[in-house]
Design a binder for this molecule. Structure first.
Ligand code: G3I
Length: 329
């Protein structure tokens, strides 16, 4: 018989999946059986919840909240502040020019108040700010309308607004390339400075969009140790293990090569053995999808390039990666 994935990690950390209306419809049983935490893949992003200034669209998000309630799943909220999937109106004044920083922050406060209060008691942790740090170069923060219009203070403000709206929610800074040394050090620097200003931030989300080659286990370990040294909780928020390097576009593959599935199983096993070592600081590990029949990586970096990055195959059967992860100690 097949053990439940999350039960294999009982006493270590929650095991989550990103879900959307399509995967709830086509993989509802799998999700209910194997994951005890859920994240809405897209449905709680700014443009989805708040497409026009005076109108909110909560239907799709509410359905995910209802599903989580019915099945007794924890819920992470994703995400309040991001440069992607943010509507144009947010950054514009009535004439199509840029808004003032003051207006942008006032709009942010209204959005955060409305959304965070609505899901108070259902969502226990929010990715408050997503991907604000520059991947390369000397700059700490990446250029975005948030930074360009409101200045770097938008980050602290977002956390303050979220904390006012729901003082019990755990508030996270979430980013990718989080184990690359240069970006890791920038994330550390940002969080250290937020903490020293007394900003209510409680955790770091390591997205963990990894592949068979990068990052190495030593880099993952170094990132966990460095972040944990800040005294923050760590969540792995968007995990997947791509079979391919970022620039390897094998659009011709229709089935995963056996040797790559074996390499994937080995890496998943090693990664989870490492994560178990840090169970005192890692409280949650969420996969960015439930099974290989639907993953954002099938459309990234090019549309239609298949990938098989998760623990369950396209027929919702456990892959060898699943067994290594569950059996590893
Ligand atoms: O819903 C429309 C559909 O109507 C349309 O026909 C189709 C054609 O373009 O697009 C559909 O929307 C797509 C949406 O996913 C739903 O599938 C968007 O184009 C596409 O951009 C969007 O991608 C999402 C991406 O964030 C946006 O940046 C992915 O699903 C989602 O997995 C991904 O998630 C992000 C995290 O939020 C943050 N970290 C990185 C992670 C992966 O990129």
């Amino acid at each position: 018989s097949i053990p439940k994935l999350y039960e294999a990690f009982h006493g270590c950390f929650d095991i989550g999946a990103a879900v959307n209306p399509r995967t709830i419809a086509q993989s509802g049983d799998l999700i209910a059986n194997h994951y005890n935490s859920l994240t809405a893949e897209n449905e709680m992003k700014f443009e989805r919840l708040h497409p026009w200034e005076n109108s909110y669209t909560f239907e799709a998000a509410d359905k995910i909240v209802d599903y989580a309630r019915e099945h007794g799943k924890k819920l992470r909220g994703h995400t309040l502040v991001w440069h992607n999937q943010a509507p144009d109106w947010l950054f514009q004044d009535g004439e199509g020019g840029p808004v003032s920083g003051e207006t942008l922050l006032a709009r942010l406060k209204l959005h955060v108040d409305t959304v965070v209060r609505r899901y108070q008691g259902d969502i226990y942790a929010w990715d408050v700010v997503n991907e604000a740090i520059a991947d390369e170069g000397p700059e700490l923060l990446r250029s975005s309308p948030w930074l360009d219009i409101a200045g770097p203070g938008f980050i602290a403000k977002a956390f303050e607004f979220a904390h006012e709206a729901d003082p019990k929610a755990l508030l996270f800074y979430n980013d990718y390339n989080e184990s690359h040394p240069q970006k890791r050090d920038k994330i550390y620097e940002l969080l250290k400075s937020l903490l020293s200003q007394g900003v209510p931030v409680h955790g770091i989300g390591l997205q963990a969009h990894w592949n068979l080659f990068d990052p190495g286990l030593d880099e993952i370990r170094a990132a966990i140790e460095k972040y944990a040294s800040l005294g923050l909780v760590l969540h792995l928020t968007e995990m997947d293990l791509s079979l391919f390097r970022f620039d390897d576009v094998r659009a011709d593959l229709t089935a995963p090569p056996e040797e790559l599935l074996e390499l994937q199983a080995r890496k998943y096993e090693a990664v989870f053995n490492l994560l178990r070592e840090y169970k005192d600081v890692i409280d949650s590990v969420t996969f960015w999808g439930a099974a290989d029949d639907y993953t954002w990586l099938d459309n990234f970096p090019v549309r239609g390039r298949k990938n098989w990055p998760l623990l369950f195959d396209e027929n919702h059967q456990p892959k060898r990666s699943f067994w290594r992860v569950v059996d590893g100690r």
